[in-house]
Design a protein around this ligand. Structure first.
Ligand SMILES: *Cc1c(COP(=O)(O)O)cnc(C)c1O
Length: 462
């Protein structure tokens, strides 16, 4: 075991070092070579050293360098050194984080991680929370708590009797709600489409002046951090309107919630603490490995009522928090340890520095691209930049050229009818030098795409 783990560490360090210089996207040859894995399961065992060698030799080159400093494709960050080592160690411990009594070390750290997160985000200390696989699962978890509370209030036992014949629950979302929230609404029986949609402004923010009049059991979903623009709904205003009618307010803050820790950005999520539930990710701006999210609920008892189970063989720990009472899963890994490790290593100031730095870097991308003659389609208020290189075909060609160039990696989107390249800055590892070299590549490939479209010498789009 010892030499295997030492070899694993050596290979992992080499991989991380290579992400500094390698092309960000997987090499096409490496992707083609994956076909070597297309074989039936062999009859007998293979030595773990051989398994490791196969993974490192043939899968590592076919990965996207997401843990490196120049991946700007999605808002998903990298993995902080302390979080990565915590992940290794926690996997080694193989704790099934359900009952405090059975797995005390990791259960204890989960309680501390939660306390720190609530403190950082300025949320009430008495909130309950489940450590989920991500924000999608956090939506399901938190909305199940909302469903429990709202239907209990009108005398309906939704856990026992389900939704057939239940009093209706109105769900209010915006036109720019993230698709995972709609999926969560479908999963828990509210329906993806059985919603009231509030129009948004040019940045994708819910328009409070178009907020509907509501009555009866209602859940209002607001967003901190639009996945394209980074814009945040007017949370304080909408929460007040919702609470005037007794509605439950749920916040999708997968990455945007963390604006709270950045003094210059906190205004974006003003009033956050007045909501009733929050879904966020550890694996985005907190820079811990996947899968890691949090479902936080002001009324922790509603969350426990929706999620806890009992069994003779699972005696609860008296007086202490049993992690399994707050999540969909029973057996699961102790993912709270990675959040604890990330926060322990960063401290408050370290996390603030990452969020502030990434926001400043996003503005630098926007300034540099605008100065080079390309159009920025959003107000760069957080970590997101949308850029158009010209007409849709030119923009798509510029993105393709950038991805092939390999200096950095950005994806595409369509924002309010316009094709755009999407730049998301959310990694602890991204330095200002990474931004400059990436900006140069974006400008170079953007000009190449323009020249190709106007027949300016270079070969046209392939
Ligand atoms: C990423 C994201 C989600 C989904 O989170 P997962 O962790 O991928 O499940 C939901 N909402 C927003 C705004 C996001 O950015």
């Amino acid at each position: 075991m010892q030499s295997l783990l030492a070899e694993t560490a050596a290979r992992a360090s080499r991989y991380l070092a290579e992400t500094q210089t390698r092309r960000v996207a997987a090499a096409p040859e490496a992707v083609a070579a994956l076909s070597r894995f297309d074989q039936p399961l062999q009859p007998g065992p293979v030595a773990p050293e051989v398994v490791l060698e196969e993974l490192d030799t043939f899968v590592a080159p076919a990965t996207m360098a997401i843990s490196g400093p120049r991946f700007f494709g999605f808002v998903i960050g990298g993995a902080l050194p302390a979080a990565l080592s915590a992940s290794w160690l926690t996997s080694t411990w193989d704790q099934n984080n359900v009952l405090y009594n059975v797995t005390p070390g990791t259960s204890h750290l989960e309680t501390i991680a939660l306390r720190w997160v609530l403190d950082l985000l300025g949320l009430p200390a008495e909130c309950g929370a489940g450590f989920t696989t991500g924000t999608t699962a956090a939506h399901v978890t938190a909305l199940a708590a909302a469903r429990h509370q709202l239907l209990t209030d009108v005398g309906w036992d939704v856990e026992g009797d389900g939704l057939f014949g239940a009093p209706p629950v109105t769900v209010v979302v915006s036109e720019e709600t993230h698709p995972t929230l709609r999926k969560a609404l479908g999963v828990i029986g509210f329906g993806r489409n059985r919603v009231v949609r509030v129009p948004v402004d040019g940045q994708g923010r819910m328009r409070a002046d178009r907020f509907p009049s509501i009555s009866g059991p209602t859940i209002v979903c607001v967003q901190a951090g639009n996945v394209n623009t980074g814009a945040c709904d007017p949370i304080a205003e909408v929460t007040d309107l919702a609470h005037d009618s007794g509605a439950w307010v749920h916040v999708d803050g997968a990455f945007g919630l963390w604006a709270r820790v950045a003094p210059t950005r906190a205004y974006l999520v003003d009033g956050l603490e007045r909501a009733d539930s929050w879904a966020t990710d550890g694996h985005k701006w907190l820079n811990v490995p996947y899968d890691s999210g949090l479902a936080i609920v002001r009324n922790g008892e509603a969350l426990r009522a929706a999620m806890a189970i009992t069994a003779e063989y699972l005696p609860p720990t008296s007086g202490l928090r049993d992690p399994g009472d707050f999540t969909i899963e029973l057996s699961r890994r102790a993912r709270g340890v990675e959040i604890w490790a990330a926060l322990r290593s960063l401290g408050r100031s370290g996390l603030t520095e990452i969020v502030e730095r990434n926001c400043r870097q996003a503005r630098r991308f926007a300034e540099g691209l605008a100065a080079a003659g390309f159009e920025i389609l959003n107000e760069v208020v957080l970590n997101q930049v949308l850029v158009s290189f010209g007409d849709p075909a030119v923009t798509r060609d510029a993105i393709r050229r950038l991805q092939l160039d390999g200096t950095c990696w950005c994806g595409e989107t369509v924002w309010q009818g316009r094709a755009a390249m999407r730049i998301s800055v959310s990694s602890w590892a991204t330095t200002d030098a990474d931004v400059e070299v990436s900006l140069d590549a974006m400008i170079r490939t953007g000009h190449e795409a323009r020249a190709a479209a106007t027949g300016g010498g270079e070969a046209g789009p392939a």
